[in-house]
Write a protein that binds this ligand. Sequence first.
Ligand SMILES: *Cc1c(COP(=O)(O)O)cnc(C)c1O
Length: 456
Amino acid sequence: MNEIELLQDADKRAVGYVAGVDSRRVFPAADAIAALTGFDEPLPAQGRPSEETVALMDDLGSPATVVNNGPNYFGFVIGACLPVAAAAERLSIAWDQCASTEDGSPAAYAIERQAGKWLLEVLDLPRESAVAFGTSATACGLSALAAARAELLARQGWDVVGDGLHGAPEVRVVVPASTHVTVRKALQVLGFGWNRVIKAPVDDKGRILPDQLPEMDANTLLILQAGEVNTGEFDSFAEIIPRAKAAGAWVHVDGAFGLWARAAPDLRGLTAGIEGADSWTTDGHKWLNTPYDGAMAICRDPQALARVMNSDAAYSSASAEAQKNLTLEFSRRARGIPIWAALRSLGRVGVAEMVTRHHIQAERIGDALRAAGFEVLNRVVLNQVLVRGANDTATQSILKQVQESGTSWFGGTVWQDRPAFRISLSSFRTEDRHVDQLVDLLHRIGPMGDGGEGMR
Ligand SMILES: *Cc1c(COP(=O)(O)O)cnc(C)c1O
């Protein structure tokens, strides 16, 4: 096959895969997983034909994928991939741009700039902010927290970029006790030391208790949460942020999926006051349904981010808004392109509708499961439904039966020291009939976890 035939073959296979996401097993069958040993071959001395390589990937790989790009996947907050985002990604792969600077790719630079502008509009965050398109909320959060630290220290007259941390005034980091594990990771990588981080007490919904917040000052980095990973709940931004700002603290918000509530008029109230923070992170690859991997760091003071992320060299200097001067990556893919495409094709209304629909579907599941005798542990303010069976054994059994069903999939968690499962609505492909199918399955299995076998 020549290059064009090869790409057409890959496209045909890709199209065939996507066409089947409705009917594929959501989690691969054991035999498909066992067949993955087919990849275990010696590195060929002489290269193998390209078409054979693509065929092998498809024949062995496709049946062993997790079909999160489908309507029946309710695990984590994964999201599917919007057709326009997938298409834009395909074209940008053909372009193969190194989107570090405007010189590297005028096209990518212009599109990502536009994506950044729209993003600030749709999320209604300060329009002067820098938007950095990185690989993940983890990496983008790390960049934003690095900017926060440099800025707090600069205000004390300490140049962390030049002089490092030895002898620097200590920055006190405060997080909700329920903070996401990747915030912990970013803080650890930055050298904050998890044991020194102050975990603020949270209520039974995972939200910081404002009256138990530790004292804050101009050396404080406060990290809040939009969308707790189990309950989908939000910290009380309107109450907490003005207090933190008055004390001189830097406020960062982890909104990996929850920040998108701001795009939906009915849910926007959950984010009231969030615009007062200094920096925010959110993902494209979760709730916006853009391809993996793509996320954003948003920083009110563009220079604060540019100062810590600058990677200008004699042979490669660029403006402070060049993406290589805002993200961890130097050579990079233009991750803002599928985000631009998604925003352009959904429009403000389309984003709001998708987010709202998922919230309504989550509420429906919550109501139906409660009525069927399951214990629904959260208020379902967003797209997460946190559930238990009649007892811990039942919960584990329900989880196993759903995961093995092949028709739906969601994951387990531990909530307040006991097992639970988490149903997340975040695929644009999930229609009400898929929700009904999941509810039917859980009805059959029942809160005791003993109904499934008999019915099969
Ligand atoms: C998923 C998630 C993250 C991490 O995002 P990645 O893009 O996977 O790195 C951070 N915080 C919350 C609340 C999340 O749900």
